[in-house]
Ligand binder design. Sequence first.
Ligand code: SIN
Ligand code: CO
Length: 371
Amino acid sequence: MKSTLLGGLSPRVFLHEYWQKKPLLIRGAFPGFTGLLSPGDIMELACRDNAQSRLVTRKHGLWQVRHGPFMPRSFSGLPPAKWTLLVQDVNHFLPSARALLLEFNFIPHARLDDLMVSYAAAGGGVGPHFDSYDVFLLQGMGRRRWQISAQQDRTLIAEAPLKILQDFRPEQEWLLEPGDMLYLPPGYAHNGIAEEHCMTYSIGFRAPSHQELAVQFLVHLQDNSDIEGMYSDPDLARQRHPGRLPPAMLRQAATVLNNIKWRRSDIERFLGTYLTEPKSHVFFTPPIRTVTRKKFIHQIREGKLALNLKSRMLCGKKTVFLNGEAYPVSAITRQSLEKLADTCTLPAGGNLDDEAVSLCYEWYLDGFIDI
Ligand code: SIN
Ligand code: CO
């Protein structure tokens, strides 16, 4: 699959001028791209209980959403138009989907969410809405009309079962053909309407809200703090108003709380574990028949080692993060494992130090790595 991903723009120019700022339509971003899945494949994925899927239909102007897992017969009674089936995390199931995500390697994996695929009948779509994500909407099979708007009015239809803008006023409109791609920054209103049976591949980049970051950090602190000492009041005086919150108690509590400190390394540990934490429906399966460590090393040298499709890996300064766990490592181990975090594989002929081999073998036994 040849990539002219940014339509002649260098990643640097794209990031400087468009990323998080304004939409960009790229005609022929992936020349010859007609998709990674057939309609049958996506329906089959939507029937799996480890995939998150939704079926959005519209009848007499009324929106309806059903959540998967579906039964194959759920799709046999569908009308000829105005429905769409969406499956999240398709990169957990298809090596080619992960390869597609890796085309966006000029953006940190820490920002990456997933590849969502939608399959719609003519007139189908999820309605006018906005996302809090950066998204690249890559057209697979068939054509889809995209309308977009920079409107600030984000009022949603209160009674709709999904986020639909009450008053969508499109400002620009394009018909996307297979291989065309539209980049949208967060908060940009958009509406995709299938012109005919079509599939859209959404490469989504998450950005946690400050509220979410702060709350999750506080949760992390709760699990990782060890604050010494205990409230004490040896000089307690007789109380005339025992029902009052004593000012001295407030002062002491304020001193204790104001002394809670964290370092950059605590924030790194929090971010690394938080951003690599598997979603709640994701489980890893250890290999049924395991190879010995010796054979494992041989497989690494052959270039056969790859992160499991569901794994998320990030590198910190002295720590490697994998699927919500933090692994403190030496500088040399970190360096050799960074390749795995960057590309999801290790090159053939590479030589890992003992610490890196031991970690990889442990991850292989956990099902985080495949050979
Ligand atoms: C779709 O593929 O129908 C929805 C994608 C989106 O609007 O984010
Ligand atoms: Co959207």
